[in-house]
Design a protein around this ligand. Structure first.
Ligand SMILES: O=C(O)Cc1cc(O)ccc1O
Ligand SMILES: [Fe+2]
Length: 482
């Protein structure tokens, strides 16, 4: 695979043209009467038109045919997505899952969509407030089908296997230890290269932002320039069985076939060698009139949704490598709250309270003196979902495995297992590397999440003995020794 190009910067205004068609972006305006090369202009709005500038998100896509060319949507019964949070009775227990099983392609072919499973969540896509956490396990690439999420944004954390994601904005390769965000409405298709697994945080009604840095200053944590945005790439190919667009809409999946064949139209214009600058409306209209009825009929067949020749805007998919996180931590004493490790936050309307934060536990130095260095024992007014990309998590060397997960719900006590407590209370406090070669992460939410039937039962991955990891903790209380 030739290496892909990206543009850098979080939330920037970017502009990109497929190099095969220079000048495809209209100059100085969004909606010329006829766009260069006869493309259609289409806006994708990611915020209300009237949002303040700082939060206003939209992009303009210049495409061979507009997205509206599709047959009616039909329900699709596939995957295990739900936002029915009443499938099973509430369960406040500490929950831990063994690595979610990835079926072999020879037994059960799953692609990114058919391999989606909702594990837990809260809230409701219609009310535009809530989250869902999904696990994806797949072994097959999506073939001539793409997905878009009408309900919210997907933050995708691959854990095993890389994802080659084609989007309307271009291609991104996302490997374990990288994450990507595909925002509401963006069409994407996922190619995989073997058995593949990962986690998804879905947020309804908010976009991810970089956390404010406050007294940290202008730099640090996830730096904006390390967020990478794809460059325009389009395809105009024959799709014998037609292209299927899948929409996740109000928690359910729907499919529609694209109709409209771009090749004929586009090749025709191309054959006229529209070399830029070709902004002459009269000339363009002349070309458009040249289509015969036969050509128009031929035009109504099939086309790829990845037909965006150029785009500009600040509403894009993006990826980020977790190794780029600039870690800040205690250099004197005590254990700082894990909010210091926030990569991205989806804010609620309450100041400082996130609908969901994406937090990582990267390799770093532990140097705090006179300090119990691992995570403290904890009861939280937020819900803490954790996953492990690789290695071990410092608070639980055993039991919490890559590709598994844990959920410590609102006010459910949790903390280091007995082993960890004993070791860390006796350890000689020298500077030491913590979490070397590992990457654990947390989706922390102000919402009280319910677990799905798949999570508690069907996945068959729930570790029924999790609570036992704290059983050996013994009292060290000694009234005679301070
Ligand atoms: O529960 C956990 O392991 C996550 C966590 C880590 C930490 O360093 C401090 C608090 C906390 O909840
Ligand atoms: Fe915690």
């Amino acid at each position: 695979m030739t290496s892909l190009k990206y543009m850098s910067g979080f939330g920037n205004e970017h502009a990109s043209e497929d190099p095969r068609y220079p000048g495809a972006l209209p100059e100085g305006q969004n909606n010329p009467q006829v766009c260069p090369y006869g493309l259609y202009a289409e806006q994708l709005s990611g915020s209300a038109f009237t949002c303040p500038r700082a939060t206003n998100r939209r992009s303009w896509l210049y495409r061979i045919l507009p997205s509206v060319c599709h047959k009616p949507f039909q329900p699709l019964q596939e995957g295990h997505l739900t936002h029915n949070w009443d499938e099973v009775e509430p369960d406040p227990n500490q929950l831990r899952w063994k690595p979610f099983e990835i079926p072999k392609a020879s037994q059960n072919k799953l692609d990114f969509v058919s391999g989606l499973h909702t594990l837990c969540g809260a809230g409701e896509p219609r009310g535009r407030n809530g989250i869902a956490i999904h696990i994806f396990v797949c072994n097959t690439s999506m073939l001539d089908r793409c997905l878009y999420n009408s309900d919210g944004d997907f933050l995708i954390v691959p854990q095993q296997g890389k994802l080659l994601i084609t989007t309307e904005f271009g291609k991104m390769l996302v490997e374990p230890n990288e994450i990507c965000v595909i925002q509401q409405g963006m069409r994407f298709s996922v190619e995989v290269f073997g058995e593949t697994r990962g986690y998804i945080l879905e947020v309804y009604g908010a976009h991810f932002e970089l956390p404010d840095l406050g007294p940290i200053g202008a730099n640090g944590l996830a730096n904006p320039r390390d967020f990478l945005v794809p460059v325009a790439w389009y395809e105009d190919r024959k799709i014998p069985r037609g292209y299927t667009v899948i929409s996740k809409y109000q928690g359910k999946l729907f499919t529609a076939q694209q109709i409209g064949k771009s090749n004929a139209n586009f090749k025709l214009l191309e054959s006229q060698r529209w070399s830029p600058p070709c902004s002459s409306t009269a000339l363009a209209l002349k070309f458009l009139r040249r289509w015969s009825p036969g050509e128009r009929a031929k035009a109504l067949q099939d086309f790829s949704p990845f037909n965006v020749v150029a785009w500009h805007g600040n509403y894009t998919p993006y990826k980020y490598h977790l190794e780029n996180f600039m870690v800040i931590n205690s250099v004197a004493f005590d254990h700082a709250d894990p909010s210091i490790f926030t990569v991205l936050t989806a804010k609620s309307t309450r100041p400082g309270v996130a609908i969901a934060d994406f937090v990582i536990f990267p390799p770093r130095w532990g140097v705090a003196n006179n300090t119990f260095r691992p995570p403290y024992y904890h009861r939280n007014c937020m819900s803490e979902f954790m996953g492990l990309i690789k290695g071990h998590y410092e608070a639980k060397e055993e039991g919490f495995q890559p590709g598994g997960a844990s959920l410590h719900s609102m006010m459910t006590p949790h903390g280091p297992d007995a082993d960890c407590f004993e070791k860390a209370s006796k350890a000689k406090l020298e500077p030491e590397r913590v979490a070397e070669g590992t990457m654990a992460f947390m989706f922390e939410s102000s919402l009280s999440m319910a677990v799905t039937e798949w999570g508690l039962k069907t996945s068959n991955c729930l570790d029924k003995n999790y609570y036992k990891c704290w059983e050996p903790l013994k009292s060290h209380f000694n009234p005679n020794c301070k």
